[in-house]
Ligand binder design. Sequence first.
Ligand code: SF4
Ligand code: SF4
Length: 269
Amino acid sequence: MNILIAGEGGQGIQTIAETLAYAAFLSGLDSSYLPSFGVEQRGTPSVAYVTISGEKSFGYHFKFADIAVILRERAIPKVSELVNPRTTVIFDSSTIDRSKIPSHFKELLGIPATRLAQEKIQPKVFNVVVLGAMSKLIFDLDKKYLWQALEHYLGKKFLKNELLRDQNTLALDLGYEFIFERHDYSKPIYKTKTSKIVDDSEGKISTVYPTLCKGCKICLLKCPVKAISMSTDIGFFGNPVPKIDNKKCILCHNCSTFCPDTAIMVEKS
Ligand code: SF4
Ligand code: SF4
């Protein structure tokens, strides 16, 4: 089985591909994983090729995918090249418009992964929601192998941050139990990121950089007048990014001072 997973750099595409391949290996199957990045990892399409087989297989850039997973709209052209009438296409229905998906597939399955992760856990683990769902669908892979593989790749991070372990466990379970949308797909509620969102009004220019924002919400917590809320624009983890209400803003600069990623600023116009 040839599996293609494609999305933005920074979304954890390679992590779930590698985890899937290793979990299949742990379960006794043969598997291979091949990453493919753009010029820069962050903010450019990221593609992973996974092959899982009952026999000896070798990693390669296959010609057609049996399963193609599309996690951001910008990855669609790359995926289209490898889709044929035997391909099952899986897409994030909370960020991608169904009409944009190529039509020459066997079956189209939706999972509103970004929305599920945002509403039930935290946006950053949306990739693990997808991992759980596709692993169950592809070969009903026992969750213990998935968790073992995830521990193998993320164990060091889990040791430093127990909350991360809990969030990933929840995400894996959420995906594993998810029943794919087959006809009645969710509507996309998050917009694909632009590199800069500017609001020039009320004598101020507020700027948010979705390509830098990881959605940690520190800026929200530090704003003394509650001028910041989360928007439906998405950042590089598929996370919602903040928006500033210029009318409420008192130009204290707390947001830019405390943001760990220089992803937000306000100045006088
Ligand atoms: S500059 Fe201060 S008041 Fe304005 S949005 Fe940032 S934290 Fe809030
Ligand atoms: S702008 Fe900065 S502080 Fe605010 S959510 Fe994004 S990364 Fe966190």
